[in-house]
Design a protein around this ligand. Structure first.
Ligand SMILES: Cc1cc2nc3c(=O)[nH]c(=O)nc-3n(C[C@H](O)[C@H](O)[C@H](O)COP(=O)(O)O)c2cc1C
Length: 499
């Protein structure tokens, strides 16, 4: 099933009672923390998505704020028209692996594009008035989240679409007591584009453009059809078109419209589009604090800025605000599906015994096999799988700091089950591998940072929690566990007493 836009996905959530409108006033003023507390509550209770109609303490109170739309694994699966996380993941990984299933996007006329209903030209750009500034927690800035960023390789002209966060510099608190110019605050935005050294695909474009002394055009499309967002946060190969991948995921082409001031294309049904240009000689800005996806505030980061050339949006646009923090949180789940799909897609093509890959909100990778013990194809098979995760294609497998391989009787979504396997099937020295020269996840606060403020290398551990037949045993003690069907039957029988 294909959603035309984010609104259609939200309507489905609403129909199912998974999206609610909140008219109660909530104040999000600087450092008040209301929205961070709300995110914690929603995360702890598998709470619904919200449309906050009466948020106070920000500059554009007429624009409703979408909050927590993706907050569960089920809702994330629903972005692909599924319910079950494994089915959604298998769909994602199958399309990712087979480019013959991708569908090229189509260009439509600007007249039919909802994202162009309102146009703000360059001379009228005043970001302090036009973009909502919602501050959350102790963050030093209001960020633009839920937007895909489009740019083209300055050498080849090949397009990239990635999901990256942007920083608004208006009234931004400078982390080292510096300041931002009026121009920066009202006409420029910064993107989390790690370009020196390049750590994402827009970073590669920017590094090339800077080396060539050329400007780099950019277009930011906020709140599109969810398949576009999923595609944009998947580590597709450099040079592959995420819009075509999104077409494969949704089963029909994404409709694009040309931007007006830059030679780029954006989804026609986006809520907002921001067009701009990175100048090759512009200095990067220092920003912070930013609450990151591993659950810590980054006190200081250095990112590039671009000049905003045009903003277009729908007549009655929605804005999306979210916070990353100590997991889980809203888009945690949406971000994990592509990570899981990416690694699963690579592993299953090489190792058919792999059944599922589950990445926890704290980024522990659990690989569930279809076989265990004597059915394993060869001794030490679990360790072979561990190496395959670190060698998987894409951005993520190589940064997997903790990897656990389990058999089919262990539920990879249940850490108590995984803990059971580690506790009862592992001898630490014999069954783990320590890789001293792994690639660190850029936000890992326990890895030593390089000069640009993020770590590049770190160590990794893999745990083979399969049953060690034939490695050490010919037989293993039977598990003492009640049959789930009988558990359900007795619970039903005693329902009156147990509730
Ligand atoms: C909500 C969300 C925010 C993200 N923000 C960033 C970001 O700011 N910078 C980044 O490098 N990756 C970010 N990611 C991860 C990238 O989207 C993902 O790695 C994607 O594959 C990058 O695209 P690329 O491989 O074309 O660079 C984010 C993912 C999600 C789901």
């Amino acid at each position: 099933m294909a959603f035309k836009d984010m609104r259609e996905y939200l309507s489905l959530l609403e129909k199912e009672g998974q999206l609610k409108h909140v008219d109660t006033p909530i104040n999000c003023e600087y450092e008040i923390n209301e929205l961070q507390s709300l995110m914690r509550y929603l995360a702890e209770t598998n709470g619904p998505g919200l449309v906050l109609n009466n948020l106070e303490g920000y500059n554009t109170p007429d624009v409703p704020i979408l909050y927590n739309p993706f907050g569960t694994r089920e809702r994330t699966a629903m972005t692909l028209g599924e319910r079950d996380p494994l089915t959604a993941k298998l769909k994602h990984s199958a399309v990712l692996a087979d480019q013959a299933t991708w569908q090229e996007p189509v260009l439509i006329d600007a007249k039919g594009a909802p994202c162009k209903e309102v146009v703000i030209e360059e001379a009228d750009i005043a970001l302090d008035k036009q973009l909502p500034h919602v501050w959350i927690g102790k963050e030093g800035s209001s960020f633009v989240t839920g937007a895909v960023v489009v740019s083209k390789d300055p050498e080849t002209g090949v397009r990239n679409v990635g999901w990256y966060r942007l920083t608004q510099l208006w009234q931004c608190r400078h982390p080292t007591d510096g300041s931002y110019t009026d121009e920066q605050q009202t006409k420029q935005l910064s993107i989390f584009a790690f370009w020196n050294p390049p750590m994402n695909h827009i970073g590669l474009h920017l590094a090339k453009a800077k080396a060539m002394g050329k400007p780099l055009e950019v277009a930011v499309a906020k709140l599109c059809d969810p398949a576009v967002h999923l595609a944009a946060c998947t580590g597709t190969p450099f040079g592959a078109d995420e819009y075509a991948f999104a077409g494969g995921l949704r089963g029909s082409p994404v409709e694009l419209v040309k931007c007006d001031t830059v030679d780029l294309e954006v989804p026609a049904t986006a809520e907002w589009v921001i067009e701009g240009v990175f100048q090759p000689d512009a200095d990067d800005v220092t920003i912070g604090w930013h609450s990151n996806s591993v659950g810590y505030y980054d006190k200081l980061q250095i990112f590039p800025v671009f000049d905003v050339k045009r903003i277009t949006h729908r007549k009655d646009p929605l804005w999306y605000a979210t916070i990353e923090m100590m997991p889980p949180f809203d888009h945690n789940w949406l971000a994990l599906l592509p990570v899981e799909g990416e690694v699963l897609s690579d592993l299953q093509r090489k190792i058919p015994e792999v059944n599922d890959v589950v990445v926890t909100p704290n980024m522990t990778y659990i690989v569930q096999l279809k076989v265990d013990g004597a059915q394993k194809p060869h001794p030490e098979f679990g360790k072979f799988v561990l190496h395959a995760v670190w060698g998987a294609a894409g951005r993520w497998g190589r940064t997997a700091k903790f990897v656990v391989v389990v058999g089919p009787d262990i539920n990879p979504y249940d850490m108590t089950d995984v803990d059971f396997a580690i506790g009862s099937r592992v001898q630490p020295y014999e069954d783990s591998i320590i890789n001293q020269s792994g690639q660190a996840f850029v936000l890992d606060p326990s890895a030593v940072k390089g000069p640009q403020g993020f770590p590049m290398t770190g160590s990794q551990i893999g745990i083979d929690a399969t049953i060690k037949i034939p490695e050490r045993f010919s037989d293993y003690a039977p598990v003492s566990k009640a049959d789930p069907e009988k558990v359900a039957a007795i619970a039903e029988k005693l329902k009156g007493v147990l509730g």
